[in-house]
Design a protein around this ligand. Structure first.
Ligand code: GLN
Length: 280
């Protein structure tokens, strides 16, 4: 059967299962099956699948139909200028989080050397993108999950920055190593109430530990700010990702721990998403 018709059928099947990105997803899954990019698929609508490929395509469609995110099915996700390996144990890198990378590059425009700590590194997408852009920066990445650390090491090797980053499997409370010019973190910040409103693909498939920030969503942010105030050098910067409704509370937490709030940046949906502060 020709891929053009299969993609259409696949798309309809996903649509019937309430997958909003059904056309794109059907194309992406087809490109995984025939190991070609989407451009090839569009240019070769008459390409035919063999029986095994057809079975595999149907299996992938089925997996997607019950909500498993495309990134987990593919085992990879693009972030910033790079492709990251991911597994169900790490949060899928989000375009909104690229704002942290953008800010770091802006703030450190005239700096050639810098020590950066990433708290809750997950796939390593933030710190590794920064190290890739800044060849004389050194990174330290911590995560409470050993599985995350393993994935981030794979990504560091893939991006050839492994020699400039140290990894620690550690809880933030028990981490007391080094002093940093810059601390970055995208901690779990979803409150108990907001969990209910998350996309089913997110709550059902992404690691709960990477999302849930306690009753008010601020439990981990509090810890990150407290620990950063000890580990950051004077005049060092802390850049945090926050939930759309946490700006005022996080500003206060930062001030209480001796930080000056430089700015709050909005994400692509115009929600407050990233807060930049300086240790004074
Ligand atoms: N931005 C993610 C979401 O809303 C949450 C990430 C996090 O808790 N750090 O799905």
């Amino acid at each position: 059967m020709k891929i053009q018709n299969l993609i259409k059928e696949g798309s309809e099947y996903l649509k019937d299962n309430n997958i909003s990105s059904h056309i794109l997803d059907s194309e992406i899954l087809m490109s995984k099956i025939i190991r070609k990019n989407r451009e090839y698929i569009i240019l070769n609508p008459n390409y035919k699948l063999n029986i095994n490929q057809l079975k595999s395509f149907k299996k992938l469609l089925h997996t997607r139909s019950y909500g498993k995110p495309i990134a987990y099915i593919l085992g990879k996700k693009d972030f910033w200028n790079y492709e990251f390996e991911i597994s169900k144990d790490v949060l899928i890198p989000r375009p909104d989080t690229e704002i942290i990378v953008e800010q770091v590059l802006k703030i450190t425009k005239n700096k050639s050397r810098c020590s950066v700590l990433d708290i809750g590194t997950g796939s390593g997408c933030i710190i590794l993108s920064i190290l890739k852009e800044k060849p004389f920066f050194y990174g330290t990445a911590i995560d409470i999950s050993k599985k995350c650390i393993n994935i981030s090491i794979i990504n560091a090797l893939k991006l050839s920055v492994k020699n400039r980053v140290k990894f620690f499997k550690s809880d933030i409370d028990n981490f007391n190593y080094g002093k940093y010019d810059l601390v970055i973190s995208n901690p779990p910040y979803i409150s108990k109430l907001s969990l209910k409103y998350l996309d089913r693909d997110v709550v059902n498939f992404e690691p709960f530990n990477a999302l849930y920030g306690g009753l008010d969503g601020l439990s981990e942010i509090r810890k990150v700010i407290k620990k950063s105030s000890e580990l950051i050098k004077r005049n060092g910067k802390l850049i945090l990702e926050i939930a759309f409704d946490q700006k005022l509370k996080v500003e206060q937490l930062l001030k209480d721990k001796g930080f000056y709030v430089d700015c709050v940046l909005k994400d692509y949906a115009k929600n407050d998403r990233c807060i930049v502060s300086t240790k004074i």
